[in-house]
Write a protein that binds this ligand. Structure first.
Ligand SMILES: Cc1ncc(C[n+]2csc(CCOP(=O)(O)OP(=O)(O)O)c2C)c(N)n1
Length: 517
């Protein structure tokens, strides 16, 4: 943990004093951006991220992004400065008067050590907790005068360098019983969730699907922060819809639904229906006991996703089932002016480097991106599972810092971009070769679509006239290009941007609407 994201204030200066040369500080210009960058960095590096915030107001600014980190299962140490201990009770300016209560529902633990001497152990405890399933953020508030105190040599020496290994295997009997159920099923289906990728189980998932000839679905797009299965694989059947009725309809005719590394399910709009189609049983494998406990149907096995899949792979034989038809090849769709979200994503497909990484926050083109790109490598897709806007641009900078050898392309709506627009400055200041593709449809398209689903009319505040990102990007020191010539010009602009060694922003107008394919 040698990279620290943050935004400093007077209460954090003592912590940052004499900052070690072999550490890196990444400045975010607003705390939501600092947290989002740390989230992307932690997920893409597989380490615990660290973000340091400015006492109460900085922590407040970071809360939406901490909510996302919790939904993403991102291991994150969140620290914040605090007024000096002797001034807390008289509530001097900048006192975070109930520091541990502020982020409470969104973090795994929230703590202000009672003595300066307890800070090292409090930090170690938060780091280990954050990195233990279900992973998530943990918070420590540190009064600013604590940094002048001597750390207790004995506990500090014992604390630093401890390791906590937390991958615990599932119940072997339950896994063997599941293996028999899977072999005996006549029309089973595999549903891949985000924690397949986070637990490095991608190859095992593919091996199981192939050995058992299973059709594979992805968990619903809005709640899936990562991909658990290659979407270009011949057994891939698409993304489950995010509502009870339609999801259950999609699974009609299946007798066993095996859900791995996900909640059951990350539902979104309230479209009622049967939880499962008639004749279907469900088994969930998750490392998150709460995900197992709150599922409204089916059985659950709690354990490390990779260990569980390895067990299952070893316990089932080869099957000769017919997994059904593969998905058709994606097509760009009709030529329009401005282009559709589908055509824009088809252009990205053409310009996309083999080992490219997508960070996505373009609500009305989410499904178009998934269906056009069919991302088929692990660690190549990041999305805010919690749905809080502002993740995209910020996380993309963190992902690019964690993966300097790969190219990150952040696809973002012009509305979403505003929640973390200052991340553009960090992208340039830390010389990341990030490409940002802004899809500008001059409205909050997804909210218009939701209005129809919810049957509401006359909602104000859904149009975004005169909102562009190119001149704003230039203000933050990022070269930007507006593309108005359609799909082919967009391919060229994206290729140029992706090849550049510094961050580039490409913006294109797109037709309003929901782009599903
Ligand atoms: C922090 C936060 N505030 C508000 C919302 C509600 N919201 C969801 S989608 C959306 C519109 C996004 O607009 P844009 O990025 O332009 O994408 P489009 O829907 O047009 O594709 C809004 C405001 C949210 N998800 N998160």
């Amino acid at each position: 943990m040698t990279t620290v994201f943050g935004n400093p204030g007077s209460t954090e200066l003592p912590m940052l004093a004499d900052f070690p040369e072999d550490f890196r500080y990444v400045l975010g210009l607003q705390e939501a951006v600092a947290v989002g960058m740390a989230d992307g960095f932690a997920q893409a590096s597989g380490t615990v991220g660290h973000v340091n915030l400015h006492t109460a107001p900085g922590l407040g600014n970071g809360m939406g992004a901490i909510f996302n980190a919790q939904a993403n299962h991102t291991p994150l140490l969140v620290t914040a400065g605090q007024q000096a201990r002797e001034l807390i009770t008289l509530q001097a300016n900048l006192t975070n008067r109930d520091a541990a209560r502020v982020p409470h529902p969104l973090v795994k633990s929230s703590y202000e050590p009672p003595r300066a001497a307890d800070v090292p152990l409090a930090l170690a405890r938060a780091i280990h907790l954050a990195d233990t399933p279900a992973r998530g953020p943990a918070f420590v508030s540190i009064p600013m005068d604590d940094w002048d105190a001597e750390a207790p040599a004995d506990t500090t020496a014992a604390t630093v360098g401890r390791s906590v290994t937390a991958a615990s295997g599932p119940d072997p009997d339950a896994m063997n019983a599941l293996a028999r159920r899977l072999e005996a099923a006549s029309n089973p289906v595999f549903v891949a969730g985000p924690d397949v990728d986070a637990s490095d189980a991608w190859d095992v998932a593919v091996a199981l699907v192939e050995r058992q000839c299973l059709p594979a679905f992805a968990t619903p797009a809005p709640g899936g922060g990562r991909l658990g299965f290659p979407e270009g694989h011949p057994n891939f059947r698409g993304i489950l819809p995010p509502a009870i009725g339609p999801l259950s309809d999609t699974l009609k005719g299946r007798d066993l639904v095996l859900v791995v590394g996900s909640s059951v399910f990350p539902y979104y709009p309230n479209i009622p229906g049967e939880l499962l189609p008639a004749g279907a049983e469900l088994v969930q494998i998750t490392s998150d006991a709460d995900e197992a406990a709150r599922a409204p149907m089916g059985d659950a096995i709690v354990g490390d996703v990779k260990l569980a899949l390895l067990h299952l792979l070893g316990a089932v034989g080869e099957s000769s089932r017919d997994p059904g038809e593969s998905l058709p090849e994606p097509v760009p769709g009709e030529e329009t002016d401005p282009i559709t979200g589908t055509a824009a994503m088809n252009a990205l497909r053409e310009a996309f480097p083999e080992d490219g990484i997508v960070v996505l926050e373009a609500p009305s083109s989410t499904l178009a991106l998934r269906n056009q790109l069919r991302i088929s490598r692990p660690g190549s897709y990041y999305f805010a599972a919690g749905g809080g806007l502002g993740f995209g641009l910020a996380a993309a900078v963190g992902v690019q810092l964690a993966q300097p050898g790969r190219r990150v392309i952040c696809v973002v709506g012009e509305g979403s971009a505003q929640y973390a627009i200052t991340a553009l400055w960090s992208a340039g200041a830390y010389a990341t070769p990030l490409t940002v593709l802004v899809l500008r449809n001059s409205e909050y398209a997804i909210l218009k679509w939701f209005s129809e689903i919810e049957g509401v009319t006359g909602v104000p505040g859904l149009d975004l006239p005169s909102l562009g990102c190119t001149t704003v990007a230039e203000g933050y020191g990022v070269r930007a290009r507006e593309v108005t010539g359609g799909r082919d010009e967009l391919v060229d602009a994206l290729r140029d941007a992706i090849e550049a060694e510094e961050p580039r922003l490409v913006e294109t107008p797109v037709a309003p609407g929901m782009w599903l394919f």
